[in-house]
Design a protein around this ligand. Structure first.
Ligand SMILES: [Zn+2]
Length: 344
């Protein structure tokens, strides 16, 4: 069994982390005070306490309200990237952001702030940041449509695709079919949260109706043989999250995690941190949880980290560079050089 300190030094990439969910409680409280925004509590030990998904989303929306200016976004984006690079050698991350949770800040200004933070973190800490503006599925299709039009009108290389998040029991995929079709036609990659709490059918619909190339979470699929067979045939990648899966499915943890069953069924998947400080985790701890349940050797952990790059929405030159760096550094940690077919 590999120990957590060695796993923390393993170079990593992740595909499922929410920028507004990556704000430490102390920072959220500082921003709320600075911007005159009301929080349910100003006690950092109490802010990230919730009993279920709706309660979590209430806190999440309060944190969103605390991030007001482009400079705030630069600050939280920089800190999120720097923290993960320092704590767990994170080298590449695709971050979700919910622009429509910040209706008073026009998208181009929000984007400029986030990009300032991501670019500065790359210079200072060697971690590449990419952005996936995410539709809040609890809002209307028209709000989602306006967001996608703004993303298309202000296209930059760092914005790689669109996502769909918030409570998956609300806002079925079909509601956003037209919006996803527009994103697809404009060349944006597509992912969606599905089957986290909702049923497996939602995973199938996200693939078929929204044209998703990746699915976030998707745990329900393990209880539905038809949806599972469909997902296996489609080849979609599942961006799973070790801690939040355990949190929302407390009866299925450790070796009983749906993520273990998904891997055993042959689904391509990655381990990600979701909303790290809100759930008391980071990407290093996520790898340690998975490594313990899966019984990973260092070679297995390296293979897991390389698989993430296979599903990342980056150009192949950059992907190849990261694969070479990951292999070199992990070999220095004591792994044999894992062979892995990377999509060219
Ligand atoms: Zn998520």
């Amino acid at each position: 069994m590999i120990d957590e300190s060695l796993l923390r030094r393993l170079p990593k990439a992740e595909l499922h982390c929410h920028l507004e969910g990556a704000v430490p409680a102390e920072t959220a409280i500082m921003l709320a005070r600075r911007n005159g925004v009301r929080l349910p509590t100003y006690d950092a030990q109490q802010l990230y306490r919730f009993a279920d998904l709706p309660q979590f989303l209430t806190v999440y929306r309060a944190v969103c309200a605390s991030i007001v200016t482009a400079a705030d976004f630069a600050e939280v984006a920089y800190a999120a990237q720097a923290d993960a690079a320092i704590a767990a050698n994170l080298r590449y991350r695709e971050l979700f952001v919910n622009p429509t949770n910040h209706p008073d800040l026009p998208y181009p200004r929000l984007l400029a702030g986030v990009l300032d933070g991501l670019r500065a973190a790359q210079v200072d800490h060697g971690v590449i940041g990419r952005l996936i503006p995410a539709i809040n599925r609890e809002q209307s299709a028209s709000v989602a449509g306006d967001l996608v039009e703004a993303v298309i009108a202000h296209r930059v290389d760092e914005v790689v695709g669109i996502g769909l998040d918030h409570n998956d029991v609300l806002g079925p995929p079909v509601k956003f079919a037209g919006v996803y079709a527009r994103a697809r036609a404009a060349g944006l990659r597509r992912t969606a949260h599905a089957g986290e709490i909702a049923q497996a059918r939602q995973v199938t619909e996200s693939i078929e109706v929204l044209g998703c190339e990746r699915i976030d979470h998707g745990y329900a699929i393990i209880d539905d043989p038809v949806a599972l067979a469909h997902a296996l045939a489609s080849g979609v990648h599942f961006a799973t999250c070790w801690s939040t899966c355990a949190w929302f499915h407390p009866d299925r943890i450790g070796v009983a995690s749906p993520i273990v069953a998904m891997a055993a069924a042959g689904l391509p998947l990655s381990i990600n941190s979701d909303d790290p400080p809100m759930f008391g985790t980071d990407i290093g701890r996520e790898y340690h949880g998975a490594a313990t349940a899966f019984g990973w050797t260092l070679d297995d952990a390296q293979r897991a980290a390389l698989t993430v790059l296979d599903a990342a929405w980056i150009d192949d030159t950059e992907r190849r560079q990261l694969v070479d760096e990951f292999r070199r550094e992990t070999t220095d940690l004591g792994a044999s050089t894992a062979e892995l077919d990377i999509a060219e």
